[in-house]
Design a protein around this ligand. Structure first.
Ligand SMILES: C[S@@+](CC[C@H](N)C(=O)[O-])C[C@H]1O[C@@H](n2cnc3c(N)ncnc32)[C@H](O)[C@@H]1O
Length: 213
């Protein structure tokens, strides 16, 4: 099914400005005003239906989280989760990650999560991959020095491409697992896609990389 933005979803999103931040550009460099504290901020880019970011926010109340999703017809499910959980440390943005630097300033973010990003396997779509060098530049421009990207996928091609992209950008590899569910990684919170692919028996790849100062 082709995903598109839907009027009913837009209407619902606009009814919950306390959860899906309208005009996020107003908070660039001052997200503490939204959360009313100075806790570290972690973001998930391509948050989908929001299970990961909601469970992370529940488990880590001392960290603030923002889930970013392009499609309003998808983010409404994350919104439903947030309405139910009513977490003070989680907000959602219905925006394109290609514009991240409009919404976040340098040092606003301590960690970026990329979970099961769309692989865009065709070479002519390389620029859409969330680990393409232009996206890495964007993440670097909003992260604290030494900020990290935590990346999970079942797609071997995207994983290999991303490792090369991180390396070409001069990032340092902190952790790698080529079979997450048979590794010793504790405290893993499964995303919707992770659950689906794990149940099919797919191998899950994971890495943590950091920008060099
Ligand atoms: C394959 S889904 C994975 C969803 C979720 N992270 C999971 O693991 O279940 C990828 C999500 O990233 C979103 N996405 C892709 N490119 C994006 C962009 N440039 N900005 C914001 N969201 C994006 C898609 O709309 C989609 O919901």
């Amino acid at each position: 099914m082709r995903l598109r933005n839907k009027p009913w979803a837009k209407e619902k999103i606009e009814s919950y400005p306390q959860y899906i931040v309208p005009n996020p550009e107003n908070f660039k460099g001052k997200w503490h005003e939204v959360f009313h504290n100075n806790q570290p901020l972690h973001i998930e880019v391509g948050t989908g239906k929001g299970r990961f970011i909601t469970e992370m926010a529940k488990a880590n109340p001392h960290i603030n989280y923002i889930g970013i999703e392009l499609y309003d017809s998808v983010i409404v499910t994350a919104l439903d989760r947030l309405i139910e959980a009513d977490l003070p440390n989680l907000r959602l943005l219905n925006v394109n990650a290609a514009d991240l630097d409009k919404y976040f300033a340098k040092n606003d973010v301590e960690r970026v999560y990329l979970n099961f990003s769309d692989p865009w396997p065709k070479k002519r779509h390389e620029k859409r991959r969330l680990t393409y060098k232009d996206f890495l530049k964007l993440y670097e421009s909003i992260l604290v020095d030494g900020g990290e990207i935590h990346f999970k996928t079942d797609n071997q091609g995207l994983f290999e491409y991303s490792l090369m992209s991180f390396s070409a950008y001069g990032m340092l590899l902190k952790y790698i697992s080529l079979d997450l569910h048979n590794s010793d990684f504790e405290g893993n919170i499964m995303t919707e896609y992770e659950q689906k692919f794990s149940e099919k028996g797919n191998r899950i790849y994971r890495c943590e990389v950091k920008f060099q100062n």
